[in-house]
Ligand binder design. Structure first.
Ligand code: MD6
Ligand code: FE
Length: 226
């Protein structure tokens, strides 16, 4: 038998509960990782990765893109979901069927049976990039969970409580790990510590994270622009 230097045996799946409503499905998407990364490449040829500017004027170290009927954007006007990619003025690329199936089945596995994502934020972390503690609260229906898929380089995920000061747990997320997050911890603070140097067979020197959300934003956008 010949062993490819980079071939990785899939790890045994196991579930870790971080708090009520928040769980890590370890290795859940590991076998799909190459396909997911190929789809990220195709999407980001149409909607390129860019470093958004926070409302406070800082350039984010994480580069972002989106697919779905709306995408998350930030600029001097604030954070929001928009149906249009501001760089191209085109709609965002659609969420690939395979992404949808993965997000829905992971949510179901974690106890959220009716997840219908309309947005997928794609984050690309270079070495040293980080995401400061934040809450995800721009979505209209907070009963819906968020499903987050980690690809490429590993990261240490920080998971806190409902106040910024609450003590944080640290969780190592590796390629194929899926975090499902909702219910009583839907608004918990969380972040990503600076990515350490490394090499990933599929993603090179990057960590890629997909977060699927049900924003309900397209409806309200259409009402506002009627
Ligand atoms: C990341 N994730 O892992 C950033 N938000 O790159 C998030 O900010 C996040 O993983 C809400 C729920 C799950 C997440
Ligand atoms: Fe988040």
């Amino acid at each position: 038998m010949t062993m490819d230097l980079f071939s990785q045996l899939p790890g045994e799946p196991w579930t870790e509960e971080l708090a009520p409503g928040a769980m890590v499905l370890h290795h859940y998407a590991q076998e799909q990782a190459p396909l997911l990364l190929a789809e990220v490449t195709a999407i980001t040829e149409l909607a390129v990765f860019r470093h958004l500017i926070t409302p406070g004027g800082y350039r984010m170290s994480v580069a972002m893109s989106n697919c779905g009927s709306v995408g998350w954007v930030s600029d001097a006007q604030g954070y929001r979901y928009s149906p249009i990619d501001p760089l191209t003025t085109n709609p965002w690329p659609a969420i690939p069927p395979h992404f949808m199936a993965l997000a829905i089945s992971a949510a179901r596995e974690a106890g959220f049976a009716h997840f219908q994502p309309d947005a997928c934020l794609i984050n690309r972390y270079e070495v040293g990039a980080k995401l400061s503690l934040h809450q995800d609260k721009d979505e209209l229906d907070l009963r819906q969970p968020i499903v987050s898929v980690s690809l490429g380089l590993p990261a240490i995920f920080q998971f806190g409580g409902l106040s910024r000061e609450a003590k944080c747990q640290r969780v190592l997320l590796t390629e194929g790990d899926v975090v499902v997050w909702g219910g009583p911890s839907r608004l918990n603070y969380h972040g990503v510590l600076p990515i350490k140097p490394g090499f990933s067979p599929g993603a090179g020197a990057y960590r890629i994270n997909l977060t699927f959300r049900c924003t309900g934003a397209l409806r309200s956008y259409e009402v506002l622009n009627r």
